[in-house]
Design a protein around this ligand. Structure first.
Ligand SMILES: [Zn+2]
Ligand SMILES: [Zn+2]
Length: 442
């Protein structure tokens, strides 16, 4: 994966974490262990209390914590270039470190759009100067996201693109998407799709349902998403191409993907914490932090997204971290931009509301939090001897209220603001470097 991400790096860590519950489903690990990191590499994993470290090693004694492979997020929005008042590579990757991430994949809908090798090279160079954790960058499928002319996908892959997406909008023209899928056979790179038939959604600010009716707002029907997913799976099957469905939000969408996977279609998919935990009712008070695209749906949809994540129909968790300034988000609900931030709260909120009540097993959630990089051709991190230390330590005793003392992200538009949570990331290592500590939590 060399050359396919940018990162400023740092000093390789020497750290011993003793007595934590080590959970890594890929390594069949779920027990109290000691884990020793020397020069940034995991060098020993042994029974709790059995490893002693030298003077130069930081020791973290933590029987009340869970130690996991650090997370990877296949879908975030940094605002470089063009909208650095909302987020920069530095602030966004620092927010990711605070959330326990060791790799994030950024979307290309910046200003200008990252639709050519020179812009891509510039972003990766910037990441090499300022990214706190490794950051990969997708390129656009079509020039300027206009949906008509394909980008130089092969050249962008050579330059280090993580894959391709027009996220923010769907590829409306099926013929254009078919050409992109054919081009994939030569260029490589998964094609990630924001699925929305705008002839049905009409850009409406909220789900079409009881809440939109009550508020007198236009709504997006769930079929705006599921019909496009069905179309695009059919195209992928026809061309034997790999597609990744972004932010799946409806019951029907999960059903379509489950069916397509059973038929052997090369499709992967992601679910976002807000679609897993919130419904359209969160829009009742016209709080624009609950305005995102696809919109929050119904309880039936939410339960289907959870079931899809549990059974693997949905492969991974993606935050769709979308920072916006207070000025933009304080506009009237209909005018405010779509999107919520999410990197700093994702694991904590999912642990609290899905793992603790028994809706998903911890090991399954860890798998889904770490595997988002896989469709984009990156190896998922593991807790294994000889591997670089990509580790997230989660203090189950930490009680905190999201956003109460501010955010690491430059933006504060989190739909989970004000939520009380039990458990917080207290240490993150990415690529063998300590990138976040409990002291930085505020
Ligand atoms: Zn999207
Ligand atoms: Zn997005």
């Amino acid at each position: 994966m060399n050359g396919r991400f940018g990162w400023k790096g740092g000093t390789p860590a020497n750290v011993l974490i003793t007595g934590a519950r080590v959970v890594d489903p890929r390594e069949n690990l779920d027990q109290q262990m000691d884990v020793l990191v020397a020069d940034g590499i995991i060098t020993q994993i042994a029974a709790a209390g059995s490893i002693t470290a030298g003077d130069s090693t930081i020791t973290v004694q933590d029987a009340g914590s869970i130690l996991m492979p650090a997370f990877t997020d296949p879908h975030i929005h940094l605002r470089t270039p063009g909208q650095e008042h909302k987020e920069t590579i530095a602030s966004g990757t620092m927010a990711a470190a605070a959330g326990g991430y060791c790799l994030v994949i950024a979307m290309p809908n910046t200003t200008p759009v990252i639709d050519g090798p020179d812009l891509l090279r510039g972003i990766l160079a910037r990441a090499n100067e300022t990214a706190v954790i490794p950051m990969a960058q997708t390129g656009a499928i079509t020039r300027d996201l206009a949906g008509t002319e394909l980008t130089e996908m092969a050249t962008m892959m050579d330059t280090g693109a993580a894959g391709f997406t027009d996220d923010g909008i769907a590829v409306r023209d099926a013929g254009v998407l078919r050409r992109a899928l054919r081009y994939q056979a030569v260029a490589g790179g998964v094609i990630a799709l924001h699925e929305e038939d705008t002839a049905l959604s009409m850009g409406a600010p909220i789900n079409e349902g009881v809440v939109s009716a009550r508020l007198g707002l236009r709504g997006q029907p769930g079929s705006a998403e599921s019909t496009m997913i069905a179309r695009d799976c059919a195209l992928a099957r026809m061309e034997n191409a790999a597609i990744h469905i972004q932010h799946v939000s409806t019951y029907e969408s999960v059903e379509v993907i489950r069916r397509e996977k059973a038929q052997g279609t090369r499709v992967t998919a992601e679910a976002s914490p807000h679609h897993l935990l919130l419904t359209e009712e969160a829009c009742s008070t016209l709080d624009s932090r609950a305005k995102m695209n696809p919109p929050l749906r119904t309880e039936v949809d939410r339960n289907a997204v959870i079931a899809g994540l549990v059974d693997g129909t949905l492969d991974c968790v993606a935050t769709d971290h979308a920072p916006h300034s207070d000025d933009e988000k304080s506009q009237p609900f209909e005018d405010a931009p779509f999107g919520t931030t999410g990197l700093e709260t994702s694991f904590a909120v999912l642990y609290d509301e899905l793992v603790t009540p028994g809706l998903i097993e911890l090991g399954v959630l860890v798998e889904r939090m770490t595997s988002g990089c896989v469709p984009f051709g990156f190896e998922p991190p593991t807790v294994a001897v000889g591997e670089p230390a990509n580790l997230a330590l989660f203090d189950t005793r930490a009680e905190w209220t999201a956003g109460e003392t501010g955010w690491v992200s430059m933006s504060s538009n989190s739909c989970f603001t004000g939520r009380a949570m039990s458990g917080r990331i207290s240490l993150t290592l990415a690529g063998g470097v300590i990138v976040h500590t409990a002291e930085a939590n505020r």
